[in-house]
Structures are given as structure tokens and as C-alpha cells.
Design a binder for this molecule. Sequence first.
Ligand code: HEC
Ligand code: HEC
Ligand code: HEC
Ligand code: HEC
Length: 152
Amino acid sequence: MEKKLIFISIFSLCCAVAVFAGSEVKDVINMDNKAYAKHKKSIVVFPHKKHIEDFKINCGGCHHDKDKKPLNNLKMGDDVQNCIECHKKAGMIKGKAAKGLTDVQKREYHANAIHDSCKPCHKKNNKEKGLDKKDPAAAPTSCVQCHPKKGK
Ligand code: HEC
Ligand code: HEC
Ligand code: HEC
Ligand code: HEC
């Protein structure tokens, strides 16, 4: 009986791997970058597909090349570089440690680059639509809206 269960588990695992290997970008990306030894904040759930299809944002609104040139002609299935390949330091720099650093130096830190991408666009969107940042319909701008409290 036990053996049969183990067999079934292994079998389902193989199926799952096979399915994932064939697919491209996930519709929703769990932002759990493996370069971090440990995340201080809870893992952000990023609805990638929604941004493209519902919010109608060009690929180049978020993806760019080594010269910061927007990659507007990307297609799903293209080999897209991860942010951390250029914004290399896993972590966030702020407060005293960040004093005197230019924005570009701060964006050497992965989380700073990510935040500098997500937050300004969300703020602009909310302002344009006249949404208070606490409105459930507003794009998330506060820490807890993106990094929900653990244990919930
Ligand atoms: C609102 C911002 C945003 C938009 C718009 C966007 N992306 Fe992304 N995309 C991301 C982020 C953030 C990641 C995660 C990258 C990371 O973790 O380094 C990602 C990941 C990806 C990946 C997976 C990379 C990998 O191998 O892990 C692909 C492929 C991709 N995007 C393609 C596209 C294409 C094609 C478009 C346009 C049709 C697009 N993206 C539009 C932000 C965006
Ligand atoms: C191929 C290298 C490369 C990749 C991959 C890359 N960046 Fe950048 N990024 C740069 C360079 C170079 C700059 C210009 C220096 C700066 O402003 O920090 C830049 C600038 C930025 C800026 C400032 C934009 C502005 O208008 O001033 C943000 C925000 C940013 N990157 C976020 C991201 C995010 C988020 C990803 C992944 C979806 C990403 N980057 C992927 C190289 C890259
Ligand atoms: C270029 C603009 C832009 C960028 C960059 C962007 N977003 Fe958004 N995001 C939006 C818009 C527009 C909405 C929809 C707000 C609304 O419905 O009014 C949104 C909504 C969201 C929502 C709520 C989704 C929902 O179902 O209501 C999440 C979560 C989110 N964004 C995460 C992120 C994260 C994480 C990043 C950075 C990796 C990011 N976004 C980058 C434009 C952007
Ligand atoms: C728009 C969504 C968004 C908002 C708002 C936001 N973050 Fe993040 N944050 C992210 C994403 C996405 C990452 C990247 C995580 C990854 O790729 O592993 C991140 C990464 C981080 C990291 C590095 C990873 C870790 O957990 O140690 C820290 C620290 C962090 N954020 C703190 C904050 C703080 C503090 C605030 C409020 C001042 C904040 N964030 C607001 C989306 C957001």
C-alpha cells in the first residue's frame, strides 16, 4: 500500500515537471528570487499577465536592455534577462546605509530597482484615476499591500 502511494507521488511529480517545462512565463509570478539567502519580507505575488492584458502595459514599461532602452518588442517565449542579472545585489539599501548614494548606485540593489519600477507607476496610476492609496481598487503602493503580513 505504502509503495503504491510513493509510486503515485513520484508519478504526479514527473507529470507536474513535464507540464511546467513546456510552459513559458507564469501568469502570476511569485517574486521569490533565489539570490536572497532569506527574504525579510513576505513574498510578493505579481500578476504579470494582468499587467499586460488588462492594464495594457508594454513590455518595455518594465523590461529594458543594458542601456536602459525599453524592450517594447519582446514576445512571450523570448529569452528575457532577470532584473538581478544587472541589478545584482540581492537586498535593499535605505536609511543611513544609502546616504550619499545616487539613485543609480542604489539601484545596484535588486529590491531598490524593483521598487523603483513598481511604485512610481502605481502612484501615477492612482493619481490619474483619483484613487486614494487605501482604496481597494488602487494599485498597491504601501509595503503591506505588496508584502502581506505573514500568517494571513
Ligand atoms: C508591469 C511590469 C512588466 C510588464 C508590463 C511585463 N513584464 Fe515581464 N516580467 C516582469 C517582472 C518583474 C518579471 C520577473 C523578473 C525577475 O524576477 O527578474 C518578469 C518576467 C518575465 C519573463 C520571465 C523571465 C524569466 O526567465 O524568469 C518573461 C519571458 C517576460 N517577463 C516577458 C514579458 C513580455 C514578453 C512582456 C510584454 C508582452 C512583459 N514581460 C511585460 C515585469 C513585467
Ligand atoms: C541588461 C541589464 C538590465 C536588466 C536585465 C534590467 N536592468 Fe534595470 N537598468 C539597467 C541599467 C544599465 C539602468 C540605468 C542605470 C540606473 O538608472 O540604475 C537601469 C535602470 C533601471 C531603473 C531606473 C529607470 C529610470 O527610468 O530611471 C529601474 C526602475 C530598473 N532599471 C528596474 C529594472 C527591473 C524591474 C528589471 C527587471 C524587470 C530590470 N531593471 C532589468 C540595466 C538592466
Ligand atoms: C508601468 C506601470 C506599472 C508597473 C511598472 C507595475 N505596475 Fe502593478 N499595476 C499597474 C496598474 C495600472 C495596476 C491596476 C491598478 C488599477 O486597477 O487601477 C496595477 C496593479 C497591481 C496589483 C494589483 C492587481 C489587482 O489585481 O488589482 C499588483 C499586486 C501589482 N500591480 C504589482 C506590481 C509589482 C509587484 C510590480 C513591480 C514588479 C508592478 N506591479 C509594476 C501598473 C504597473
Ligand atoms: C508594488 C509592490 C511593492 C511595494 C509597495 C513594496 N515592495 Fe518590497 N519588494 C517587492 C518585490 C516585487 C520585491 C522583489 C522580491 C524578489 O524578487 O525576491 C521586493 C523586495 C523587497 C525586499 C528584499 C527582499 C526581502 O524580503 O528581504 C525588501 C527588504 C522589501 N521589498 C521591503 C519593502 C518595504 C520596507 C516596503 C515599503 C516601504 C516595500 N518593500 C514596498 C514589491 C513591493
